[in-house]
Write a protein that binds this ligand. Structure first.
Ligand code: TMP
Length: 209
């Protein structure tokens, strides 16, 4: 039985997801609300090993389908080990990336297509979807500038800008398609402004009191 709430964060590289996740964690901690913070790919011992394979700069030659299947494999394990037990005990689960990353990165930017990704997501999640997804909306062209460049050691961050622009387009498709679940938050302002917008939205949706 799912008693908790499942919140996922999405956005292009360098948009400030980690900062906003830390801020939400601090908010829950101050109020003594049971929660976990986790991430994909990874988040549990086996899934973190899969993450290392996916992100390693040694694996430049990885086939796009192989990559997509590894994200799905990591997700299935992470749901079993972390997400489902926390939701069952009634905790709030905050997850950095989930199925919408697979849609935007593998489905749209890598060009594997929606049908491929839909099937993969169905298999890996067994229908477990977030109660709400916070899309931190800030175009990659601007966020890399704000951050001071990409991390060259990270195989995926160092993709060219055209790739990141396609990822952003993929997210925009989701924002139009599922506005109830996949909520865009304008992340162009200061960290504090974005934090206030996130909290206000979660309260207005009844996720937080
Ligand atoms: P992170 O940098 O936010 O930790 O994410 C790791 C990378 O993995 C990031 O470049 C996005 C990518 N990713 C996908 O391409 N597909 C997915 O399904 C997930 C979860 C992440």
């Amino acid at each position: 039985m799912r008693k908790g709430k499942f919140i996922t964060f999405e956005g292009c590289e360098g948009v400030g997801k980690s900062t906003q996740i830390r801020a939400l964690k601090a908010y829950l901690e101050e109020r003594g609300i049971d929660h976990i913070v986790t991430r994909e790919p990874g988040g549990s011992a086996i899934a973190e090993k899969i993450r290392d394979i996916i992100l390693s700069s040694e694996n430049e030659g990885m086939d796009y389908a192989c990559e997509a299947l590894l994200y799905a494999a990591a997700r299935a394990q992470h749901l079993k080990d972390m997400v489902i037990p926390a939701l069952e005990r009634g905790a709030i689960v905050i997850c950095d990336r989930f199925v919408d990353s697979t849609f935007a990165y593998q489905g749209i930017a890598r060009g594997l297509g929606e049908e491929f990704v839909d099937q993969l997501n169905r298999l890996s999640t067994k229908g477990i979807m977030p109660d709400i997804t916070i899309f931190l909306d800030f175009p990659p062209q601007l966020s890399f500038k704000r951050k001071g460049g990409a991390d060259r050691e990270d195989r995926l961050e160092s993709q060219d800008m055209e790739f990141h622009a396609k990822v952003y387009e993929g997210y925009k498709i989701l924002a139009r398609r599922e506005p109830q679940r996949f909520v865009s938050i304008d992340a162009s302002g200061s960290k504090n402004e974005t934090r206030e917008k996130v909290l206000a939205m979660l309260k207005s949706r009844g996720i937080l009191e």
